[in-house]
Design a protein around this ligand. Sequence first.
Ligand code: FAD
Ligand code: NAP
Ligand code: SF4
Length: 678
Amino acid sequence: MSQMLHSLYPLMLSPIKVGAHTLPNRVIMGSLHTRLENEPDGVHRLAEFYAARARGGVGLIITGGVSPNFEGRVEQGAWVLDSAEQLKQHIPIVQAVHEAGAKIVLQILHTGIYAKHDEIIGPSAVRSVINPRQPRAFTVDQIEQTIEDFVTCAVLAQQARYDGIEVMGSEGYLMTQFTALRTNKRDDEWGGSLENRIRFPVEVVRRTRERVGPGLLLMYRISAIDLVDGGLTGDEIDRLAQALEQAGADVLNTGIGWHESVVPTIATSVPRAAFAFAAARLKTVVKIPVVASNRINMPSVAEEILERGEADMVSLARAFLADPDFVVKAATGRTDEINTCIGCNQACLDHIFTDRIASCLVNPQACHETEFTAPAPQKTLKVAVVGAGPAGLACAITAAERGHQVHLFEASGEVGGQLNLARRIPGKEQEFAELVRYFKKRLSTTGVNVHLKQRVDASMLASQGFERVVIATGIKPRTPTIAGIEHAKVVSYSDVILGRVQVGERVAIIGTGGIGHDVAELLTTAHEGTQTTQQFLKAWGVDPSISSAGGLQASVAEDSQRKVVMLQRGTKKPGARLGKSTGWIHRSKLTKRGVTAVAGCTYDKIDDQGLHYSVNGEPHVLDVDTIVLCAGQDSEQGLASELTGAVSHVDLIGGARVATELDAMRAIDEGTRLAFAW
Ligand code: FAD
Ligand code: NAP
Ligand code: SF4
């Protein structure tokens, strides 16, 4: 039986020998910075976090980056491993993973000029465009000492019984800062020629191998394409890869782009496996196994990369935040139960960038495993959940899984709520549809009684003996008070997204929030359906042959037939509240398509001429065919007020509770946590 199921993903689930180790499958959990190490009970929480993934069948886990010395740490409080005293932070984590049946590798990360503290240092005193801090340049002695620190860190990892180490050599961190002319301006033996620039990473690998012997798995995460001006060419990357192999690396993991690249590499709109070509190139120049990474979020994507021979293994990081059981589900014929990473970055990267603990929009238990350990309830409750948006769905499936008898009522004919609008936005189609697919499957496996096309009212709920009623009725779009708002030119965002109205060529969008940006994207996208990898690479100026430095070429502007203007009343930069790691992508795409934005507006009136508004008292008219309202939302709480006194336990979650700053992340989190409280 298990043989037959393995045949679904025969390559992904086949063992592989790497260095002195054999892994049970070809799926690696890539390094993720969680910020759990900053918490008082961080070691315990990290052990639980990794152990859950190990139980879920992943063959090899790579830890979040740990610095080999004080200067290299990511930020204040981040872990350094430079003395035996610190092993107590690592041993329980390694033990937990080993007990759960997986191998674990420590990632050694020196951030160089990306460090978020004052001890910042790099190959040259060149400031990064994404870090306001001015670095000092290494002296030659400091370079020698830093190499020694990497070696010491690897030896300590061996003492903690890690199965290996991964030298972080991508994403623009220290190794890449040495290899690229962009950041390495030295004229000694550590700068200038390629041989000199790659000396630092190669020496780290060579001296580490010498010291740790053949038993410790030695991985190097190479920047397979830099995606920055002044980065390496493909030929230079090949030469680095070969030198690392010669120096003793067992595996080449790959990283794509630097943090300061202006090409999206992991967001939802990046086609799945779009950068596998960069791993494929390396595979032709070295004999050691090569790992593909970036936007690999389903087993079929992994299997196809391996089938095409583009890599020997695949690395998935965020996919393991979304679902710790990714591998075991794939191996047991339950792929449709996988909670798929949708590439949103909202709870992982955006949390890290704003100094919060990472988690996952689709799985709020990620990095919070220790908060979801409530024992199964003593009593089965009869629960009504009203509204099948993400809040209601998360609540219903979690409550049913915990043993309650759950009825989910949805007014429309399908589950998903606003996710069904989100999945009509270009770039979001595939992943938001996966999220709805996941919820649908879980409704059936957990035995939730789903009642579609049932707009429930208070009397119905009161008459059916529910012991808990959850109001997850979401929001209603806000209609601003503007003279002429009822004009035929004015349409709602939902009607536009659902294609219920004709939109002209000259458009004003009132509101510049997430939905305003998504609507602008929808109205200016030229291509039909999800962008292909080729279209994506072309649009963002990526040269798949990597013949130029950094693998960049001129981007091809996507023309729009429509002239779109977005407006807001606030005076901050429009779109400033979009996600830290993805907002720039939206803004950059729309700018390329000629979409403009106006801040500080007062809306005066709407008439046949168009939209009349003033900025600083100066009147303007936008002569437009269509005005789309994306002016935020208000809670849909009517049912909750009707229920007052009629039913005892009533809870509100998601948009129904508070509409302001609502997103799917909060909705799912609130639904899940409420069900754990019973
Ligand atoms: P909703 O999703 O609004 O669901 C409420 C449900 O209740 C609806 O299905 C409704 O039909 C039902 N209902 C209402 N009244 C009744 C009743 N009386 N009886 C029965 N059923 C009832 N968020 C993100 O985090 N990331 C994104 O990228 C993102 N993109 C978006 C793109 C678009 C175009 C839109 C519109 C939204 C996007 N959002 C995004 C926002 C996100 O979808 C919402 O925050 C989320 O869906 C709110 O969840 P909810 O369950 O509270 O409410
Ligand atoms: P939003 O982010 O709150 O933006 C609402 C916009 O409407 C603002 O630009 C606001 O600007 C304007 N506005 C508010 N009240 C108004 C009024 N009375 N008259 C005129 N304009 C008004 O809400 P949203 O765009 O509707 O998005 C809803 C939620 O979905 C958000 O929380 C968002 O995070 C989430 N979402 C996320 C994504 C994503 O990609 N992560 C995508 C879509 C949606 P002024 O007040 O300055 O005029
Ligand atoms: Fe993936 Fe979004 Fe979860 Fe991050 S928050 S792991 S991108 S689904």
